[in-house]
Write a protein that binds this ligand. Structure first.
Ligand code: ADP
Length: 476
């Protein structure tokens, strides 16, 4: 079931429920108050006559039995103690006599229906309890009566009955019921229709977004955007968030595309050299020994570079796949020392110095940390001339361990510094003595630093050298 239908049904049913309750309650209170008023008038009439009858100065004939007010027809009848009719209003001839004792024995319930009986009386004045109400059906019409016994001392001297037809009130309540039913039907129909229109309007942007998303997923065109509604509501935010997501997807897709094309390009170059040299060796069997050795050495160099490239690509692929590195206590000073010794083989005349350092322990992966230091030392040596100097240091600062690799090499321009952490990015290779790099060292180094909860920063000055600082949290 669509959200639109669900929204319409849920809101509609709830509104209908509230409307129905409100209508039923107003009907019940309205009905009850009208019938209660009528009962109250009947009680008041009988009480009035009873007061007249209690006065010995008043003769029976002097009673005013032509009662009624506001167009209400009220008939009054006086009975003797044995139930014989003594006096009655003129219009009552056709009405059958009432068995007053029977009514007093078993009084009738209220004249209103069960629904009205469920609600409390609105005006709380109590009825006189000495008498009893009757409810008769005379010639297909309902009549309401109140019978009040007249007492002389402890004996009943007669009965007073006030009765009125309920036809008009019943008809008016029937009309009210009909009117409320028609109003209920109109209101609920309008409500459901209105809810349908509102839900359609509210969900229109969602339908648009869905369509745009479908088109994007089919065409893989991440440069497309969904329309953002002009009003800044939840749907506006959703559309904006969706567009932001598309933007980052587009970015990731472009990076991926470039990465694949760069990787294949990088892999092809050494392969071409190896293939060329092998073909040369194969074709020119009588090649001088020196040239042959040179061709073989070049092929070996390129094969090693290929191996390095594949290893680095693998590392980055693992990083992208979210592989988490091991976390063990590591004596960083030991790792720094090991890396220093290994890096000495990479030096080509430069002075490689180790600054004095103190023991520091961090949490992490020993091999990865060594790889990180070697990447930085390798870069420092690669981009520093034979007369230059490279220093490696380790210090504690602000609760962090800092590995510092400083060189007096060619340096990195401010423009290149912004990009050196991008995959395959290499500043002008002509600047270095023997670049041989892949452009993947620094991205890997940064990933390792971040995996250890630390960070890698580079600062450099053209022609004066570069300083790389790896800051790692110290293990408590
Ligand atoms: P590469 O394998 O090319 O060294 P990196 O990702 O390690 O790749 O470095 C990216 C680029 O940053 C290098 O091509 C180089 O131009 C520059 N770079 C890195 N370290 C240094 C440094 N110590 N001195 C000068 N340039 C550097």
């Amino acid at each position: 079931m669509s959200i639109r239908v669900r929204l319409m049904l849920q809101c509609g049913v709830l509104s209908c429920f509230i409307l129905t309750i409100a209508m039923l309650l107003s009907y019940a209170f309205h009905t009850r108050s009208h019938y209660d008023d009528l009962d109250r008038i009947l009680v008041a009439e009988t009480t009035h006559i009873a007061t007249e009858a209690a006065n010995p100065a008043n003769s029976l004939q002097s009673f005013n039995v032509n009662r009624g007010s506001n167009g209400l027809e009220i008939i009054v009848r006086l009975y003797s103690a044995d139930g014989a009719l003594r006096l009655s209003s003129p219009s009552s001839e056709s009405l059958p006599l009432t068995d007053t004792k029977a009514v007093l024995r078993t009084p009738a319930g209220p004249a209103f229906d069960t629904l009205a009986a469920l609600v409390p009386q609105l005006t709380g004045s109590p009825f006189i309890t000495d008498g009893a109400f009757g409810l008769y059906d005379i010639a297909g019409q309902r009549w309401r009566a109140y019978i009040l016994p007249l007492r002389q001392g402890n004996t009943i001297s007669g009965y007073i009955e006030a009765l009125t037809p309920l036809a008009r009130l019943d008809a008016s309540m029937r009309a009210l019921r009909g009117l409320l039913l028609i109003l209920w039907l109109i209101a609920t129909t309008t409500m459901f229709f209105g809810l349908w229109v509102v839900a359609s309007r509210v969900l229109y942007p969602v339908a648009q977004m869905t369509q745009a998303a479908q088109t994007i997923s089919l065409s893989r065109d991440f440069s497309r955007r969904v329309g953002v509604p002009s009003h800044r509501d939840e749907l506006g935010h959703l559309a904006q968030t969706f567009n932001n997501m598309l933007e980052s997807l587009e970015g990731a897709y472009r990076i991926q595309e470039r990465f694949v094309s760069d990787a294949s390009h990088e892999l092809r170059a050494p392969l071409t050299v190896i293939q060329g040299n092998l073909e040369l060796l194969h074709r020119q069997q009588s090649m001088p020994e020196v040239e042959r050795a040179e061709a073989l050495a070049e092929a070996e160099r390129e094969a090693a570079r290929l191996g390095r490239l594949v290893a680095e690509l693998l590392t980055l692929a693992r990083a992208d796949a979210g592989v988490v590195i091991k976390h063990n206590p590591v004596d960083l000073d030991g790792v720094v020392l090991e890396a220093f010794h290994e890096a000495r083989q990479l030096a080509h005349g430069q002075i490689l110095a180790l600054e004095p350092f103190e023991p520091v322990r961090v949490d992490g992966d020993e091999d990865r940390l060594k790889q990180l230091i070697l990447i930085l030392l390798d870069n420092a040596l690669k981009y520093t001339s034979a007369e230059g100097r490279v220093t490696l240091g380790l210090r504690k600062r602000d609760g962090n361990a800092e590995i510092i690799v400083q060189d007096t090499g060619v340096g990195i321009s401010a423009e290149d510094l912004l990009h050196v952490f991008e995959r395959f990015y290499r500043a002008d290779p002509a600047r270095s003595r023997d670049p041989g790099g892949t452009g993947l060292g620094l991205p890997i180094a940064r990933w390792i630093a971040e995996q250890h909860g630390g960070r890698l920063t580079l600062s450099s000055e053209m022609g004066r050298g570069t300083t790389a600082i790896v800051s790692l949290p110290v293990k408590a």
